[in-house]
Design a protein around this ligand. Structure first.
Ligand code: ZN
Length: 403
């Protein structure tokens, strides 16, 4: 155990966060961050394991699983110690891995996304243990080093690894930054799904002055884009905003002004709510593209345009954690510390919670996200203390409801 970590008071979230920021754990490097966590958690009674996962074409990734307690309700805290690169360090007011404190704020890469959340949960566990002598059940840390990267050797494999060892979770708290403006704004209780695709319309190349001898694929592409965009996918649901399709690129790659191109591609991404499953959404989009390709208004005299629709990347499902003991315990904990009732939201991008939801109910609450991934990422020390108090209150309330 490095001597530097033994001197840290685990109940002090600022000291824990400073130690974590000083580990330059830019994905895929462990950077000493998991070793630091292990050194902090072991004296608190956690049994710590650090499985390494690898896959073809991706770097091996170190992860951490730590559990205190051996039976009873199992609460798992999930997060990541890897961070995005700082960019040009000269753009920062202070070294991005120095954890400088200026005007009550700690500056450093990962301060809010999400070493700050981890530090607050470590400190909350330490305080809870001092007061109550350990949890009324089991508390775990499920920490990956691969969230900001390809996310292949991280949470998915760590969850499966834990499942195979017989670990069963009853509830999960993800410590990602969820508050848009101030601590207490927002809890995430679900996420929209994400689906990407590419449509390629095939035409026939030719001279612009002799269009009857060619078939311009841009004409069909315009009709397809119009049908994808003009009719909303849905109007939203009780817990979700309306699904949204964005066309992210339309490409012809034609450098010439007098040539009708041979093909045109349209790339798009859909962020979708619980109106859809991946399958029903794919079917709807496939049908729309087919209808638009057959529409002859922009290409009179031509038969249905030839196109292919290929789904890109791995789609992620949408999910929603229904209000219940887990959300209530968290809402009450936030309210008890901040005096504010947080919004229960499903907004924003995807997160690792989409993998965890297959194992147990999951909610997300962490710091204020304003500076994440930015130059001079920083956290107010008062927020760090506030989050620690919220997490401690949450631990007490959750075990009180389920035990
Ligand atoms: Zn994050």
């Amino acid at each position: 155990m490095p001597a530097t970590h033994t001197a840290i008071d685990p109940a002090d979230p600022a000291a824990v966060l400073a130690a974590l920021i000083r580990c330059p754990s830019v994905t895929p490097d462990e950077g000493g961050a998991l070793a630091c966590l292990e050194a902090l958690l072991t004296p608190l009674g956690f049994a710590v394991e650090r499985p390494v996962f690898e896959d073809e074409g991706t770097p091996p990734i170190e992860n951490l699983f730590a559990r205190a307690g051996s039976q009873g309700p199992h609460l798992v805290f999930a997060g990541h110690t890897d961070v995005v690169p700082p960019g040009d360090a000269r753009d920062w007011s202070h070294d991005p891995f120095a954890a400088a404190v200026v005007d009550g704020e700690m500056i450093g890469r990962g301060a809010v996304d999400m070493k700050g959340g981890i530090a607050a949960f470590v400190a909350a566990c330490a305080r809870h243990a001092t007061k109550h002598g350990g949890p009324k059940g089991q508390i775990s840390f499920l920490i990956t080093g691969d969230e900001e990267g390809p996310a292949i050797n991280g949470t998915v494999k760590l969850l499966e690894w834990a499942r195979q060892r017989g670990e069963r979770f009853d509830a999960c708290l993800v410590g990602e930054p969820t508050n848009p403006g101030a601590l207490g704004d927002m809890i995430k209780i679900g996420r929209r799904g994400s689906l990407s695709g590419e449509i390629v319309v095939n035409g026939r190349q030719g001279h612009v002055a002799y269009p009857h001898l060619a078939d311009n694929p841009v004409r069909a592409a315009v009709a397809i884009a119009d049908l994808l965009l003009a009719t909303p996918l849905d109007e939203g649901t009780q817990a979700f905003q309306p699904s949204n399709l964005e066309i992210t690129s339309i490409d012809v790659g034609n450098a010439s002004v007098n040539v009708i191109p041979a093909r045109c591609s349209i790339r798009f991404n859909v962020r979708y709510n619980d109106t859809w499953t991946v399958e029903t959404l794919k079917a709807e989009l496939q049908a729309r593209v087919g209808r638009a390709a057959a529409d002859s208004r922009l290409r009179p005299g031509h038969e249905s345009a030839a196109f292919s629709l290929v789904w890109r990347d791995r789609p992620s499902p949408s999910f929603l954690t229904k209000p219940g003991p887990l959300t209530e315990a968290l809402v009450e904990a936030v309210e008890s510390v901040t005096g504010r009732r947080p919004e229960l939201s499903t907004s924003g991008g995807t997160s690792d919670a989409r993998f965890i939801k297959d194992h147990c109910p999951v909610v997300e609450f962490g710091l204020v996200g304003k500076t994440m991934h930015m130059v001079n990422e920083r956290v107010a020390l008062s927020d760090l203390e506030g989050l620690t108090e919220i997490y401690e209150a949450f631990i007490s309330r959750w075990f009180a409801t389920v035990a």
